[in-house]
Design a protein around this ligand. Structure first.
Ligand SMILES: [Zn+2]
Ligand SMILES: [Zn+2]
Length: 519
């Protein structure tokens, strides 16, 4: 997820928070009702329950705390404790909250061991609060894949800039939550781990065969460059945390390679739980539909704005333009991207030769030659016909390039806005997607509302697994317990019902925020 000024400064286009009350969570998590508290901060509970693991040994139960503050996609972070050791999985920043509210529920870690922090990938909602947690837990070792570390470095420095501007312009006194210097020191401490190699929490290579020590191993998650699921072996049992995953190939990024056997506990993302795959959906056919729509848009004499995430979607869209030009589906039209997107694209290009890709060794900058816009030049850039503006943020958050540019095209019938991925329904992109022609649309409450006159089209190029492929994976692995995370309430609710029906023996858990549960 790109970081941009408006993502942290939700001063305009106020977002109405969906608040899920305790009763809703209670209803969702009936098996856990005994563990629920009314407050959002966990009170440590002493638990020494034992069960027999696969080897017939007695094993301590694993303890799990959902450190997000609500059941939603926000500041993703989870705690896993076992036998006096503790791991934090991901430490994201909420893209729509401000100040401390954007952090995970870190006070819930008080008094618990934190030996390691393991990060699945470098989207803001998974890594954005890492320097804060590192300050609070200086003894913890930090692990991620090398490409995730390179992207995370760029993303966190960008996040410092965003927070600093927000402090100056909106007056959030606590910002920045960390500095460039602290980020530099933090990134120096990160351990880079290759895929499919078990490591101990001390960062030593560990044997693949389980022993009494906790170890972990990264498995390729598709999704974006460097994204990995984490297989944890603890107390003779295995826990697999998917992070964000895509099981299918995208245009550039290959689908996930995940373990398919011997998973006791599966912690699964559910982003697309409330959106069925259109019948007969096929990525290549969707690419062709996209190319045809671009040509129709140019024939109308307009330009096309494509709101994209800086990490992932930008590079997928650039790879599509490369394919379209090679196949003569599209003329060689000028393409514009944003500053953070260009940094992320450079990292993709640097790793072109040592990352398995659907288009092997493709380097996007030399092949697609996009122009780069930034927060200053965007204001002097007119919407010119026959051009593509693939700008972040994907949610069109106020003050970001895509939001500023959209206000230049929204009331002009010759121009087009194409959506190519997920947008929160309450974000400006979500509002615009639901709007009807000639509706008055406010993309930024600091600016006047405008009538919707441009063409709006939607395409399905999600970087997240479809709910159907998630269910397939759950069936294949048949975990004893399934923990549903990283989804808004309707998404986890659908997945809970579908997974319970598909695997009646499996205990399906929607972990209530801030409450310790036993796995
Ligand atoms: Zn992600
Ligand atoms: Zn995510």
């Amino acid at each position: 997820m790109p970081v941009c000024r408006g993502m942290l400064a939700t001063i305009a286009c106020r977002i109405v928070r969906r608040s899920y009350d305790w009763h809703e969570l209670h209803r969702l998590s009936r098996p856990l009702s005994a563990a629920l508290h009314h407050d959002s901060v966990a009170r440590p509970r002493i638990s020494c329950l034992l069960l027999r693991n696969g080897a017939g040994k007695l094993a301590l139960l694993l303890k799990f705390i959902n450190l997000t503050r609500r059941t939603e996609i926000g500041a993703n972070s989870y705690y896993l404790g076992s036998g006096g050791k503790g791991i934090v999985l991901d430490c994201g920043m909420h893209p729509k909250e401000e100040g401390e509210a954007a952090l995970p529920n870190l006070p819930a870690l008080a008094g618990r061991p934190v030996d390691a922090i393991i990060v699945t990938h470098a989207h803001l909602d998974h890594i954005g609060s890492l320097p804060v947690l590192m300050r609070q837990q200086p003894q913890a070792r930090i692990f991620m894949t090398e490409p995730a570390a390179q992207i995370g470095d760029a993303l966190l420095h960008n996040s410092v800039n965003v927070m600093t501007r927000t402090r100056e312009e909106v007056g959030v006194a606590i910002y920045p939550l960390y500095t460039h210097r602290e980020t530099e020191r933090a990134t120096d401490l990160w351990h880079h781990c290759p895929l499919r190699q078990p490591f101990s929490l001390a960062g030593e290579r560990a044997p693949a065969q389980p022993n009494d020590e906790i170890n972990f191993e990264f498995w390729s998650a598709g999704h974006v460059l460097g994204a990995a699921g984490i297989l944890i072996r603890a107390e003779g049992r295995t826990v697999f945390y998917t992070g964000d995953v895509n099981f299918d190939d995208q245009t550039l990024t290959k689908g996930a390679t995940f373990p398919e056997t011997e998973i006791d506990v599966l912690i699964m993302e559910t982003t697309r739980g409330d959106s069925p795959l259109p019948s007969g959906f096929n990525w290549a056919a969707e690419e062709n539909r996209f190319a045809a729509a671009l040509n129709r848009a140019f024939a109308r004499g307009g330009c096309v704005l494509i709101p994209v995430f800086a990490l992932g979607k930008t590079q997928e869209v650039l790879a599509m333009f490369y394919k379209f030009k090679r196949a003569k589906l599209l003329e060689d039209v000028p393409i514009y991207i944003g500053g953070l997107s260009s940094k992320m694209t450079e990292i993709y290009d640097r790793r072109a030769n040592n990352t398995a890709r659907v288009i092997p060794r493709l380097e996007l900058f030399p092949e697609v030659t996009p122009f780069v816009l930034n927060g200053k030049t965007i204001h002097e850039t007119p919407a010119r016909s026959g051009r593509i503006y693939a700008l972040s943020s994907g949610m069109m958050t106020p003050k970001t390039l895509s939001n500023i540019f959209a206000r230049r095209v929204i009331d002009r019938p010759e121009h087009s806005i194409f959506f190519v991925g997920y947008a929160d329904p309450e974000s400006p992109a979500g509002v615009l997607r639901r709007a009807q022609p000639n509706d008055l649309v406010s993309l930024d409450e600091d600016e006047r509302a405008q009538p919707l006159r441009c063409q709006v089209e939607q395409f399905q190029f999600s970087a997240h697994a479809s709910r159907e492929s998630i269910l397939d994976y759950i069936r294949k692995t048949a975990p004893r317990k399934l923990v549903l995370v990283h989804g808004d309430l309707p998404a986890v609710e659908w997945m809970r019902a579908a997974a319970s029906a598909a695997l009646p023996q499996c205990e399906v858990i929607v972990p209530p925020p801030g409450v310790e549960i036993e796995l």
